[in-house]
Write a protein that binds this ligand. Structure first.
Ligand code: EPU
Length: 421
C-alpha cells in the first residue's frame, strides 16, 4: 500500500491542470450500455474508480479499448444482466448500472452496494424511481433484482430526507431514455454532473431537457446510437487545488474549469479574505490581506458541495477565528476530524456540526486516509503543517484524484509517494 509523505510549509505557486470529473464519467461510462454502437469518451480521468467501472463494463460483455491515456472507446454489442458483488463492492457508484441495465435489458441483477465510511448509502429513491417507470424491484440475496415488461414514462419525485439524489436521478434519467413516452423527474438533483450525463445522453440521440434544474423531462426513444463526448472538468478536484493554494498562502490557478460550477467554493474563499479571479475556463486565487474563518453548510448544488467540506475544514483549521461547519448531505461525513485533531487542529463536534477554532499551526504526524475527501483534507493539512506528515492508505485518494502528488509537486510542494506493493 502506497504512502504519501509531505514536508509542509511551501506556499504553492502555479497552475493545476484539472482532470475530467469522476462523478460525471462514472455514470457516463454506465450509459454507454444503453446502445450497441461504439461510444468514445474523452477526458476520462485515470482513477481507480474509473478502472473499476471499466472492469464492470467488460464483465458485462462490453469491449473496452483505451485509445489514449484519457480516451476510452466502449462498445456494448450485447450485455449480460448481472453485476456481481465482487466487482460492485469496490465502488458504490456501480449502482448507476441499474438504470441502463433495466432500460436496455428490462431485467437485471445488480449487487446492493452497501454503506461506506461516509455513512449509510440507501438506494430507496433509486428503487422508487425505477419502480414508477414500471420495473418490479426486489432485494434478494444481496442483489437488486429488477424485472419489467418494458418501461413506461411516468412522473417521479427524487426528493428524500437529505434532499435529492444524484445517482438516483441519473438512474431514472438513463432508464427513461428507453421507456415508452414521457418521464417527468421532479426534485431532480441539479448537480453539474447530472447535466453532463444528460448532454451525453442527448449526444446519443436521447431527448432529455431541463437537466441541471429541478425538473427534468425525458421523452423516450426506441434506441440510442453511439456518440463521442468530452467529460466536464472536475469541480471538486479544482476546489481541492484552490484550497491547497489558500492553505499554503500561495497563488494557484485551476484550468480548465467551469467557474459557474465553483461558485459556492469561490464565494467562501472570497469571504474568508482571498482574491479570486474568474476567466472563461480558469479560476485563480491569491492572498489579499488578513484572512478570517467563515461558517458554511453543505447542501445540494448550488449550495456548498459536501465533497469539498473536508478540504475547506482543513483550511479553517489554520484560519484565525471560529468556523461552524454543518454537513447536511451526509450527516456522518466527519472521518477527517479525528485525524486533523491528531495534527493539532481544534475541532469540536456537535451532532452534524463541527466547530473549528483556527490554530496558528498544525504539526505533521502519521495519519490514516479513510475515504476519498477526508484523505484530500489530510493532504492539505500536511501541506501547511510543520514537519513531515505521512499519509497511509493512499488508495483512497487514488480513487478520485489523478496523480495528486505529481500535480502538487508541479506547484512546488514537497510531496513524495512511497510505493509499496
Ligand atoms: N439518499 C437517500 N436515498 C437514496 C439515495 C440517497 O436517502 O436512495 C440520501 C443519501 O444518504 C444522502 C443524500 O441522499 O444523504 C444524497 O446522496 P446522493 O444519492 O445524492 O449521493 P450519490 O448519488 O450516491 C454522489 C457522488 C458523491 C457525492 C453525492 C452528493 C458519485 C459517484 N458520487 O453520490 O460523491 O457526495 O453525490 O453530492 O457521483 C465523492 O466524490 O467523494 C462522493 C462521495
Amino acid at each position: 500500500m502506497d504512502r504519501i509523505v509531505i514536508e509542509g510549509g511551501v506556499p504553492l505557486r502555479g497552475e493545476a491542470k484539472i482532470s475530467g470529473s469522476k462523478n460525471s464519467v462514472l455514470p457516463i461510462l454506465a450509459a454507454t450500455l444503453l446502445t450497441e454502437d461504439p461510444c468514445v469518451i474523452r477526458r476520462v480521468p485515470d482513477l481507480s474508480d474509473v478502472r473499476f467501472m471499466l472492469q464492470l463494463l467488460q464483465h458485462l460483455g462490453a469491449e473496452v479499448e483505451r485509445l489514449d491515456p484519457h480516451t476510452v472507446r466502449v462498445r456494448a454489442r450485447s450485455v449480460a444482466d448481472t453485476a456481481p458483488y465482487d466487482l460492485v463492492r469496490k465502488m458504490r457508484a456501480s449502482v448507476c448500472l441499474l438504470g441502463p441495465l433495466v432500460g436496455r435489458l428490462r431485467r437485471c441483477r445488480v449487487s446492493v452496494p452497501g454503506g461506506c465510511v461516509i455513512g449509510p448509502r440507501p438506494i430507496d429513491l433509486h428503487l422508487k424511481g425505477l419502480n414508477a417507470l414500471g420495473a418490479h424491484l426486489e432485494i434478494k440475496e444481496g442483489y437488486v433484482v429488477a424485472e419489467s415488461r418494458g418501461l413506461e414514462g411516468a412522473s417521479v419525485s427524487m426528493s428524500g430526507r437529505h434532499g435529492s439524489t444524484v445517482l438516483g436521478t441519473d438512474n431514472v434519467m438513463m432508464a427513461a431514455t428507453l421507456a415508452r413516452g414521457r418521464t417527468v423527474i421532479e426534485h431532480a438533483a441539479g448537480e453539474p454532473e447530472v447535466a453532463d450525463l444528460a448532454a451525453f445522453l442527448n449526444a446519443m440521440g436521447a431527448r432529455v431537457s431541463g437537466a441541471g434544474a429541478s425538473t427534468i423531462v425525458v421523452d423516450g426513444s426506441e434506441r440510442l446510437h453511439g456518440a463521442e463526448f468530452e467529460v466536464v472538468a472536475d469541480r471538486i478536484e479544482a476546489a481541492t487545488f484552490l484550497a491547497a493554494g489558500a492553505i499554503t498562502g500561495g497563488e494557484v490557478a485551476v484550468h480548465p474549469v467551469v467557474p459557474a460550477h465553483l461558485l459556492p467554493v469561490i464565494a467562501l474563499l472570497r469571504d474568508s479574505g482571498f482574491d479570486l479571479t474568474e476567466e472563461r475556463d480558469r479560476v485563480a486565487l491569491r492572498p489579499r490581506g488578513p484572512i478570517a474563518a467563515r461558517d458554511f453548510a453543505t447542501g445540494p448544488f448550488p449550495a456548498f458541495p459536501t465533497d469539498a467540506q473536508a478540504q475547506m475544514m482543513a483550511l479553517m483549521c489554520v484560519t484565525p477565528g471560529t468556523s461552524v461547519i454543518t454537513e447536511r448531505v451526509f450527516p456522518d461525513r466527519f472521518m477527517h476530524v479525528a485525524e486533523l485533531q491528531r495534527m493539532g487542529a481544534r475541532i469540536e463536534m456537535e451532532g452534524t456540526t463541527a466547530v473549528v477554532q483556527g490554530v496558528e499551526h498544525l504539526s505533521g504526524a502519521p495519519v490514516m486516509a479513510s475515504d476519498l475527501r477526508a484523505s484530500a483534507a489530510l493532504v492539505l493539512a500536511g501541506l501547511v503543517a510543520r514537519g513531515a506528515t505521512e499519509i497511509r492508505r493512499v488508495y483512497h485518494i487514488d480513487r478520485g484524484y489523478e496523480q495528486i502528488d505529481e500535480k502538487l509537486r508541479g506547484l512546488g510542494a514537497r510531496i513524495q509517494r512511497i510505493r509499496e506493493d
